[in-house]
Design a protein around this ligand. Structure first.
Ligand SMILES: Cc1ncc(COP(=O)(O)O)c(C=O)c1O
Length: 434
């Protein structure tokens, strides 16, 4: 059959069916605008890498090249550099995890680990259970393997075990194959909430008794602001959990180094899938990270990041209280995100162009659901802008939300809705925003 394509893409008919899940986000173009300097972006989850002293990285890089250049510049093992895997065990021990270097597979960021786990487990039509709301780019991966994402309700303590039980029973009754439960149990992206210890045990028990693997994704666990969060789920369950970690948030995402810790049999398949995809993860960045972890005060550096993000979290919570006192939001004890609930009749996605016009950006709640839910929610990231900018961003956001409510009131046939007014009307933007 000859290829017809269409006017825009000659190869339209040739793509594999799985690419149907790879649609560009509708808000992508807006985010390009939102990256202009005059826009306060509360949208992206970019780590504040300027808090990492550059000489720590250049020093490690120079030593690696001087002492180990030919190894750093060469292909390496498909499982990852043994020395780095030793260090990764030290990092995971901080969250109560004990494992073997043999069971660690280094990947090109934890995003790539999500891809590899999906590749070895998911057939078209398989079900992946995920929190509602859940990390958007994990769902993009699951969908690219033609899996069906089914959300499980969450509250301020994370996944609700009763909802998980009920959802599994219903899916099984429908004859569905559930392959794994994907969870970000600590300082979740996007909601910022943390699964309590009791619930961790309960969720693991539910997964175990139903023969469902748990995929625990934990990029933020070491970035706590108050007391340390509960230990990782992998700390109590070895055989039923694939654990994902990353240096993206505790060091820098530019290295693109993450990892999976998996039961032996799964680990074997992950190594083969890793080799098929990239031959070996970058020797260069692995050796630099290994050198950094051997010589720098990396725990102290994580404290520095914690202090930076705590101050920004506080700025965001304070500003929300001042400018949007009638709304509700989650209170994260670590990580990068606050999840804001809007009045029921506001659609955060359709409001976004107006927000960008007012020079503030956020991520609409619908991005974090596979089923169109989340219309009246938004994710606010406090990791990147300074506290002053965060405050100004929330002030602008309150103007947009109030404007939206006024508009809805004007056109509404029913009784008018209350406009949300800041308690302190005398608050003005900080002077240094230009
Ligand atoms: C929950 C979650 N998982 C995975 C990733 C991917 O991280 P990386 O590939 O940089 O390790 C992110 C990045 O923001 C994330 O928030």
């Amino acid at each position: 059959m000859t290829n017809q394509g269409n006017n825009l893409d000659r190869w339209y008919d040739s793509y594999a069916q799985r690419t149907a899940g790879l649609a560009a986000s509708e808000v992508r173009a807006l985010f390009a605008v939102a990256s202009r300097p005059e826009v306060v972006s509360l949208a992206g989850g970019m780590p504040f890498v300027s808090a990492l002293p550059r000489d720590l990285v250049t020093g490690a890089m120079e030593r690696v090249m001087r002492e180990n250049g030919p190894v750093a510049l060469q292909y390496g093992s498909g499982q990852g550099a043994p020395m780095l895997r030793e260090h990764i065990l030290e990092v995971m021990a901080l969250e109560g995890i004990r494992g073997s270097v043999d069971d660690v597979v280094v990947t090109t960021g934890s995003q790539h680990a999500l891809e590899l786990v999906s590749k070895i487990f998911l057939d078209p039509g398989d079900v992946v259970l995920a929190e509602g709301p859940s990390y958007v780019t994990a769902m993009v991966v699951f969908k690219s393997f033609q899996a069906q994402v089914e959300h499980v309700a969450t509250d301020d303590d994370g996944l609700v075990p009763a909802a998980l039980r009920e959802r599994i029973a219903r899916l099984k009754a429908d004859g569905k194959r559930i392959k794994f439960l994907y969870t970000v149990p600590t300082f979740s992206n996007p909601s910022g909430v943390t699964l309590s210890w009791e619930r961790r045990l309960e969720v693991l028990e539910i997964a175990r008794s139903n023969g469902i693997l748990v995929l625990e994704d934990n990029p933020y666990g070491l970035l706590y602001f108050d007391s340390p969060p509960p230990h990782a789920m992998r700390s109590v369950e070895e055989e039923g959990v694939v654990y994902l970690g990353t240096f993206s948030k505790t060091l820098a995402p530019g290295f693109r180094v993450g990892w999976a810790l998996a039961p032996h049999a799964i680990r074997e398949k992950l190594i083969l899938a890793n080799e098929a995809a990239v031959l070996s993860p970058s020797s260069f960045t692995q050796l630099i990270i290994s050198e950094y972890l051997s010589t720098a005060d990396w725990r102290g550096q994580i404290d520095t990041f914690r202090n930076v993000y705590r101050e920004r979290r506080d700025a965001m919570l304070q500003a929300l209280g001042d400018y949007l006192p009638d709304l509700s939001w989650t209170v994260p004890h670590g990580g990068f995100y606050v999840w804001l609930k809007l009045p029921d009749n506001i659609d955060s996605k359709s409001m976004l162009p107006r927000a960008v016009k007012e020079l503030v950006a956020y991520t609409p709640g619908t991005a974090f659901y596979a089923n169109g839910d989340g219309r009246n929610f938004m994710r606010l990231a406090f990791c990147y802008p300074t506290p002053d900018f965060i405050r100004e961003g929330i002030r602008r956001l309150s103007t947009v939300i109030n404007g939206e409510l006024e508009l809805l009131n004007t056109f509404s046939q029913t009784s008018p809705l209350a406009t949300i007014r800041p308690e302190h009307n005398n608050i003005s933007p900080p002077a240094n925003l230009g």
